[in-house]
Design a protein. Structure first.
Length: 159
């Protein structure tokens, strides 16, 4: 890795967050002013959409499928690069969670890592009367296998 990439990677792992219209966003992915937030179902929906990163889009990798078996998804989940992206995604989720708790201690937030067919990290604020992006009750096996992580600022981390 070249030293010039360090800033890009540091912004991925320890991003800048900004507030806009009562929502928190990754500074690098602010919603376009042409897309009014009022067009979304609720604030959780807009944050969940804008505050996500596809880990494999951020790095060079060899995990892409050749298209011969579409039932397996877009990426080869058994490829070492896919597995490395999952580990990086879990670390990114933990770091976003820590930074959100540090910078917004009065806000309840949730950070997610999902690994199904494309490792993704996302976050949103938790609000009364709005459902969370993911309801863990239907994901218990994936959570047990650490294919899905749910980091909630209202829940003390387990050691």
């Amino acid at each position: 890795m070249h030293v010039m990439e360090a800033t890009r990677f540091s912004q991925l792992f320890w991003p800048e967050f900004v507030e806009n219209e009562g929502c928190l966003f990754l500074a690098r992915d602010l919603p376009s002013p042409r897309m009014p937030l009022a067009t979304f179902q609720d604030a959780t929906a807009v944050e969940s959409l804008h505050n996500h990163v596809h880990i494999l889009d951020e790095f060079e990798h060899g995990a892409a499928l050749d298209g011969t078996d579409p039932s397996r998804g877009y990426y080869d989940a058994a490829h070492p690069d896919f597995m490395a992206a999952c580990e990086a995604g879990k670390q990114i989720a933990a770091m976003w969670h820590a930074k959100l708790m540090l910078e917004y201690p009065d806000r309840r937030t949730r950070v997610y890592f999902t690994a199904d067919d494309d490792p993704i990290v996302r976050f949103h604020c938790v609000r009364p009367n709005e459902p969370a992006w993911l309801d863990e009750s239907g994901w218990q096996e994936q959570i047990r296998l650490e294919r899905v992580l749910v980091l909630d600022s209202a829940v003390a981390p387990r050691r």
